[in-house]
Design a protein around this ligand. Structure first.
Ligand SMILES: Nc1ncnc2c1ncn2[C@@H]1O[C@H](COP(=O)(O)OP(=O)(O)OP(=O)(O)O)[C@@H](O)[C@H]1O
Ligand SMILES: [Mg+2]
Length: 245
């Protein structure tokens, strides 16, 4: 990791957004005046009605979309200024599970996860072991060689999650992780995410599912027509633990 614009010491703040707005011309204002600070190691829920701007906010943090206005720093880097290899390296710090999955439907489940690790130059044996382990944890072991397009939506959702966590990123952006899942599978998925958090990852989960955020000790932010409101300030005991890792 020689060529990177990230500071040598890990910054305490994982995500800093100041007065961020996102317009989709000609008429949509997806996000307005978003100021948000997420400490390293936080576990944060992002809720709000359909169309409120949750996915847009995650895409801005992942540098998949550019803000119309405002500053966005991730791990101390102004991501709006990164290009080429620096941007690719920055994206490698982030794992994103997409609401619309973005799987290679003709390719096997194992390939869909492995490819994310291959582009990060992980060793073949490590890829093999990690893929099997993740599929086991997500109750998909028997789907290893199945083309992703042949899976149910709930199964595809879990493959997307496995791909997001495969490289053990420091920041996880998870868009609707449990929308298509039954209660037991939801519990498994949340356990996997909690383990990543305990190991030091910063998590942002966008969700419609009250079962995963209600009664939680974690901060819960609500987007309403592109503006942020705090529902629950959180008492997250885990914040900052990644700092010592
Ligand atoms: N690429 C795009 N072009 C134009 N408008 C867009 C685009 N992406 C999102 N929007 C609009 O931005 C607004 C916010 O969309 P977004 O997908 O962020 O909402 P969301 O909170 O994730 O909704 P859901 O709960 O349905 O997933 C919506 O009005 C949507 O139609
Ligand atoms: Mg969405």
């Amino acid at each position: 990791m020689t060529e990177t614009t990230a500071p040598a010491t890990l910054p305490m703040t994982m995500v800093e957004m100041i007065k961020v707005a996102k317009d989709y011309p000609p008429k949509v204002t997806a996000l307005s005046d978003i100021s948000l600070s997420i400490p390293r190691g936080e576990f944060l829920f992002l809720i709000g009605m359909s169309g409120a701007g949750k996915t847009t906010l995650l895409k801005l943090i992942a540098a998949m979309e550019q803000p119309t206005r405002g500053l966005i720093e991730v791990a101390g880097c102004d991501i709006t200024k990164l290009k080429g290899r620096s941007l690719a390296l920055q994206r490698r710090r982030i794992g994103m599970a997409y609401q619309d999955f973005k799987l290679l439907t003709e390719q096997t489940v194992a390939y869909n996860i492995a490819i994310a690790m291959e582009v990060a130059y992980r060793k073949p044996q490590e890829i093999h072991t990690t893929v099997r382990d993740l599929l086991e944890q997500l109750q998909l072991a028997d789907k290893h060689d199945t083309p992703a397009g042949e899976l149910s939506r709930g199964e595809q959702q879990r493959v997307t999650l496995a791909r997001a966590v495969a490289n053990d990123p420091e920041l996880l952006l998870i868009d609707e992780p449990t929308g298509n899942l039954d209660t037991t599978t939801t519990v498994r998925v949340m356990e996997l995410l909690r383990r990543r958090h305990t190991a030091g990852a910063t998590l942002i989960i966008a969700t419609h599912d009250p079962a995963i955020y209600q009664g939680s000790p974690h901060r819960t932010l609500e987007l309403h027509r592109g503006r942020l409101h705090t529902l629950n300030p959180g008492t997250d005991p885990q914040i900052g633990k990644g700092e010592q890792a």
